[in-house]
Design a protein around this ligand. Structure first.
Ligand code: LMR
Length: 394
């Protein structure tokens, strides 16, 4: 049996981690996988999480099973963080999942159960695993135009033209904020247009929210998502605590299905729990419990928000410094847009040869499509990146 297995293609993002680790150069620079790093190049355990871990060690008396949906207090606290007052808890069905990827996967499985004929529309470009999971599940899918490399902003006209092809019941995948891989987000006027378009067509948004708090702020980053929740009867939200709580390896995610009414939400809840049971029974609890403790304890929550604000400010400052450095070194304003984009990622206008030159010649690792994780830079390495880009003919 095993001999019949085909070779799987290497994951474009995760394979970079291994290549980077194997590179012996001391001045190499990892701008690949999307993890936050501080100015010393460390991905820290956040202070509020450390405190919650200590407290949990003291108070936790049992590690027996929770429920199939995970601890309801987690879904309530994280659901409130995402949705605010845009959708009451009675409209929400939710399950804890292993990370944001687990939430995306369970959301797409839910689509398969409820509407197997629905096409899932994915922005071009998107996080590569979106298309990979869709192909793995055999769900009908296609892409819509999203990014205009000439302006570094969302291609609103291309997007609207492509989404005019939506059929009733189709699902539109959107990034809640800090678009991966481009850093180009819709402004509020465009979110309003998206809501109108989806409403006219009877389509359902599925929002992948992996970076809440990394763009403009915890509430500002979900203003568009909350508008969709107010305007549309149904929505799926796949959210992750990997980045904003720094809980990457603990695998903390939540899938929310917003229903038009409480009775439908209850039915959706049963299906979500069934999906958890089929795939892994109970979702991981440790990280989710830490998140709940942080969100429901005022001093811990304040400490977490401050630390998150510091991370956000650091990324924004790095963006500004890099844009300035590139303006100085290239004598042009071509890279000013880096300062306007949001979150960890931007996509540099790199040819495959330039990506290879950056890696081979300069030890700078970026994803093959030119995506860079700006949170992998430090104040010291910004000029190093700019110099290498100029030398590689950017
Ligand atoms: C990324 O885009 O680099 C992260 O979301 C990590 C991953 O799982 O791909």
């Amino acid at each position: 049996m095993l001999g019949r297995l085909a070779e799987q293609p290497a994951d474009k993002i995760l394979s970079l981690m291994q290549d980077f680790a194997a590179d012996p150069r001391g001045d190499k620079l990892d701008l690949g996988v999307g993890v936050y790093r501080d100015d010393a190049g460390i991905t820290p355990v956040m202070g509020a999480i450390k405190q919650a871990e200590l407290a949990l060690w003291e108070v936790q008396k049992s590690k027996s099973y929770t429920g199939l949906a995970g601890d309801p207090a987690f879904a309530a606290a994280l659901g409130d963080l995402v949705l605010g007052d845009a959708a009451g808890r009675d409209r929400r069905a939710a399950i804890a999942t292993p990370g944001g990827t687990g939430a995306v996967r369970q959301g797409l499985e839910l689509v398969g159960l409820a509407a197997p004929e629905a096409t899932v529309w994915v922005p071009e470009p998107s996080w590569p695993n979106h298309l990979s999971i869709l192909a793995h599940l055999g769900r009908p899918h296609r892409t819509y135009r999203y990014y205009d490399p000439a302006t570094g902003a969302v291609d609103a006209d291309g997007m609207a033209a492509d989404l005019a092809g939506l059929a009733k019941g189709d699902v539109v995948l959107l990034h809640g904020c800090c678009h991966n891989p481009t850093g180009a987000d819709p402004d509020m006027a465009l979110w309003e247009k998206i809501a109108d378009l989806l409403s006219e067509r009877g389509a359902i948004p599925m929002v992948d929210l992996a970076y809440q708090g990394f763009g403009d702020g915890l509430d500002a980053d979900v203003a568009g998502l909350r508008h969709l929740a107010r305007q549309l009867p149904e929505m799926l939200i796949a959210t992750s605590c990997s980045k904003n709580f720094g809980l990457y390896r603990e695998r903390v995610g939540l899938l929310v299905a917003l229903a038009p009414d409480a009775a439908t939400a209850r039915r959706a809840q049963g299906t979500l729990e069934h999906l958890n049971r089929q795939n892994y029974s109970f979702p991981p609890d440790h990280g989710a419990r830490l998140v709940t403790m942080v969100l429901t304890d005022r001093p811990l929550r304040n400490a977490w928000q401050q630390e998150l604000a510091h991370m956000r400010d650091r990324i924004r400052d790095l963006r500004g410094t890099l844009a300035e450095e590139l303006r100085r070194q290239t004598n042009s304003d071509r890279f000013d847009v880096l300062a306007a984009q949001k979150g960890m990622f931007s996509r540099l206008p790199a040819t495959p040869d330039q990506v290879a030159t950056m890696r081979r010649g300069h030890g700078i690792y970026m994803v093959g499509d030119g995506r860079v994780n700006l949170a992998g830079l430090t104040t010291k390495t910004v000029p190093q990146l700019a110099r290498a880009m100029v030398a590689a003919g950017f």
